[in-house]
Design a protein around this ligand. Structure first.
Ligand code: SF4
Length: 391
């Protein structure tokens, strides 16, 4: 197939159909379904990206995946991706993959507490449709997924940060993780891995490079296509966390469109743990709707069932309650006007950041209840897990 410059203004997210699972047991469903794979409607490749070896490999991958509309641009500027209204712009952007080179800001690493010492962006944007998406309001412009073709340059920024940092490096609680790099701040890197190969290259780099001090790569995902990662020389230096939520009519999972189902993510976690990866749970966003204790209790029981017989299991947990900002609320209500997700500032407590930023979080009493419940139930139901933080 030859890449073209033909425009195609039509846009609709296209996701591969998934057969239905028949079992509630996360262990039993491993391998029962095809993994969730996004197929963009169009791929735009900037001139500089097309000139890189990694960019050219991405073009080969998207063509092999069956993308018909691959456009090689003459310059490095992406064409405007705006539809007639907010919904049309959203649909157009969410069905587009842009292959670009990284801006200098992506190679200037910044701290990212409480997750890791440094943020490492392999891409920005995500093709999924979560109604609480934490990217809403964080990234400017239409939500196009942009992957960086100059991956070696991005990875080369890591060396000068090793041995530095304040989240894990030199801390008493988490120093064992080494200097940590978080690759999922602005994307879901596994959700686009079948098209990019960037994650496998990064895991291999972290696992085999001669570092000046211990290093840890971390990322979190709502996808399950882990087969290409299983045999990589990861050296137990990459922790893969699965972002999971409660199921059921009031559960958080119902707000997650275009992702693998939670039980499939747990099956993927199990496979990675059996392949020797340190793994983790990002339980987020916790929504204490009526019946939440039963719903999250069932989730923890599923985690225990999926990991009970994994030898040398290294399993962490991060628990993040639902929150929103005025900006993210506005963006999300534009994208998902009929959402049933509660985003009422009146029902929340306002938290102010260092530079006057506003965040709407649950009240003090609710936060204390949720925190003590997770501390107790994680220890009781998934005793092999280690809680890293609650927020
Ligand atoms: S998977 Fe994560 S990044 Fe992607 S839409 Fe959902 S919340 Fe946003």
């Amino acid at each position: 197939m030859t890449p073209t410059r033909e425009p195609d203004p039509s846009a609709a997210p296209h996701l591969t159909p998934q057969p239905q699972a028949s079992s509630a047991d996360p262990v039993a469903v491993v391998g029962a379904r095809a993994p969730k794979r996004w197929l963009p409607k169009r791929v735009l490749v900037t001139a500089s990206a097309a000139a890189t070896p990694h960019g050219r490999r991405i073009v080969e991958r998207v063509q092999a995946a069956g993308v018909q509309d691959v456009r090689l641009l003459r310059a490095d500027r992406l064409p405007p991706l705006r539809g007639e209204d907010e919904r049309a712009t959203y649909a157009l952007a969410k069905s587009t993959l842009a292959v670009v080179t990284s801006p200098p800001s992506a190679r200037t690493l910044v701290p990212i507490p409480p997750s890791a010492d440094w943020r490492l962006d392999l891409a920005t944007g995500c093709p999924a449709h979560c109604q609480y998406c934490y990217l809403a309001g964080s990234l400017a412009g239409p939500p196009v997924t942009r992957v960086y073709a100059d991956l070696p340059e991005v990875l080369s920024s890591m060396d000068s940060h090793v041995g530095r940092g304040a989240v894990t490096t030199g801390t008493s609680a988490r120093h064992g993780e080494g200097t940590t790099f978080e690759a999922s701040c602005y994307t879901d890197p596994l959700g686009i891995e079948h098209l990019t190969g960037s994650l496998a290259a990064t895991i291999t780099h972290v696992g085999t490079h001669d570092w000046a001090a211990p290093v840890g790569l971390r990322f979190t995902t709502k996808f399950d296509d882990v087969t290409p990662l299983l045999d990589l020389p990861h050296g137990r230096r990459t922790r893969v966390r699965f972002s999971v939520n409660s199921a059921g009519p009031s559960g958080g999972e119902r707000f997650e469109g275009g992702t693998a189902r939670v039980r499939e993510r747990l099956g993927a976690l199990r496979r990675l743990a059996l392949a020797g990866y340190p793994v983790g749970l990002t339980i987020a966003p916790v929504i204490p709707a009526p019946g939440w204790q039963e719903a999250y209790g069932a989730l923890l029981d599923d985690v225990a069932a999926a990991t009970a017989d994994v030898p040398e299991l290294d399993l962490t947990a991060e628990v993040i309650t639902h929150r929103f900002t005025p900006k993210s609320r506005e963006v999300l209500l534009g994208w998902y006007p009929a959402t049933k997700l509660e985003m009422d500032p009146e029902q929340r407590t306002t938290k102010r950041g260092r530079y006057g930023s506003v965040k709407h979080v649950y009240g003090k009493e609710t936060m204390a209840d949720v925190r003590s419940w997770f501390e107790r139930e994680l220890a009781a139901r998934v005793p092999a897990s280690r809680l890293l933080y609650f927020t």
